[in-house]
Design a protein around this ligand. Structure first.
Ligand SMILES: [Zn+2]
Length: 459
């Protein structure tokens, strides 16, 4: 019996090496990796000569179809497919009342999970969910175990914004997460510092975009990382720091992190590839929280990715239109920017072409570690027996980033005009091609909810 597909003649990349090999896929799984002559016949042969074959990219931090994104699951997963992303993790929110809320009344986390699962009916790629706690209602402590058991094994907590939690309440959540072996995902900026500085800038009329990064300084990030990590370690809670931006914050993570410790962290593509000069050149478009920082912070992100203090590179994708970002003081602009479609080529160009990192590093921080950290054993590698999620990547293909090509509803790019060398040419999810040569070939509704395991970080 022939298998479904052989991707032949490429350089197959894992987190530990690169080798010339072909990949056989059948019934949605990788069945063998090796010399083509040793593989079974296939109904479809795809020539990957001159290309790399990577595990599908896993983006563990995206915002789709809620108050932080006008993208639908269909538009976001199309952008993902074109960008070589085969799985992403979005957020399921506990409904709250407030200026930023979509809701008129509070709701449960379970309702938030079901809401996102309904919205995801048009997904082209697989997705998971983080639960997000937005209120200091002790009822959440009773709810967490069932949500985690249902595959939402990471719970996000904020130290800033109207849904930021006090450390007193956070401690109770950490205790419960430790008891049920789930992980905490932390947005860490000291909210009172950011709020007070914002109010001061508003009073002083400092609404021009270059003031924005000064409103949320690196020390405010480092302070909150330190406080949240002290609490997490006091209770043996698995801690994942999202969107680390600065040397100051990474230094704190490094202090808490030892082999076997329950600390993991990410940075995002834009914190490695853009610096604060963007607020002069692009105004509010790259306004993201925490802010894009200095060239030294860019260097620090690579130093700490290289030494393993940071594990993962994500996008923090938020779908917004240009019109909702510009022509207002920065405090009235939307926070966030789209990047699902461009993250792999932009990060590749910076990490591999500019800074000389190898392909195994790229695969490690964008696929293998995200899967390990977030409990997805069928994802993140090209090991036989796992899901056939892969990317054919042409390292020589040049592309100049043009938001006119966006599949996202977002109509701008913070990388507009940047020429990158190296592009994904094909993306496969569980054995089906979802994007080929810049065109969508997947079907809305093909993507599945991924019930994630509780990851074993001690392994
Ligand atoms: Zn985010």
């Amino acid at each position: 019996m022939p298998v479904d597909t052989v991707v032949a003649g490429g350089q197959v990349v894992s987190s530990t090496g690169v080798r010339a090999a072909s990949v056989a896929v059948d019934d949605g799984e990788i069945v063998a990796v090796g010399e083509e002559s040793q593989l079974p016949d296939a109904a479809e042969r795809v020539d990957a000569s001159g290309c790399l074959v990577l595990p599908g990219i896993i983006d563990v931090h995206v915002h789709i179809d809620d108050m932080f994104s006008i993208d639908t699951y269909e538009t976001a997963t199309k952008a993902a497919a074109l960008g070589g992303v085969t799985t992403y993790i979005d957020f399921a929110w506990e409904a709250w009342e407030g200026d930023l809320s979509l809701w008129d009344e509070p709701g449960t986390l379970q309702e938030g999970v079901e809401r996102k699962q309904r919205k995801a009916a048009d997904a082209l790629i697989d997705y998971g969910l983080h639960g997000a706690i937005t209120r200091e209602d002790p009822a959440i402590l009773e709810e967490l175990e069932a949500v985690v058991d249902a595959g939402v094994s990471s719970i996000k907590l904020f130290t800033a914004y109207e849904f930021g939690l006090s450390y007193g309440f956070m401690e109770q959540v950490f205790e419960e997460l430790a008891a049920i072996d789930a992980m905490a995902v932390l947005h860490t900026e000291e909210g009172s510092v950011c709020d007070a500085r914002t109010e001061r800038f508003q009073a002083e009329g400092k609404g021009d975009p270059p003031y924005y990064p000064q409103s949320r300084p690196d020390y405010a990030e480092a302070m909150a990382v330190d406080s949240a990590l002290q609490l997490a370690q006091a209770h043996g809670t698995k801690y994942y720091g999202i969107h680390t931006t600065s040397r100051a914050a990474a230094e704190v993570i490094d202090r808490y992190r030892e082999d076997g410790s329950l600390v993991r962290a990410e940075t995002c593509t834009h914190y490695t590839t853009l610096d604060d000069s963007v607020f002069e050149s692009q105004g509010n478009l790259p306004m993201i929280a925490p802010p894009i920082r200095t060239p030294d912070d860019n260097d620090a992100m690579f130093e700490y990715l290289a030494d393993g203090t940071l594990d993962v590179v994500s996008t923090d994708h938020c779908g917004y239109t240009e019109a909702s970002k510009v022509d207002v003081p920065w405090w009235d602009s939307k926070f966030g920017a789209n990047a699902l479609q461009t993250s792999l080529p932009v990060f590749h160009d910076e990490a591999v072409n500019e800074r000389g990192f190898g392909y195994p590093f790229l695969v490690d921080v964008m696929a293998t570690k995200p899967a390990q950290v977030f409990g997805m054993p069928r994802k993140g590698t090209l090991d036989p027996g796992t899901d056939a999620d892969l990317v054919v990547f042409d390292p020589d293909k040049e592309y100049t980033i043009d938001a006119g090509d966006n599949a996202s509803k977002a109509d701008f790019s913070i990388y507009e005009g940047r020429t990158v060398t190296g592009m994904p040419t094909r993306t496969m999810v569980r054995g089906e091609w979802v994007a080929v040569d810049g065109a969508i070939t997947g079907e809305p509704g093909y993507g599945e909810f991924l019930a994630r395991e509780r990851p074993d970080w001690r392994a």
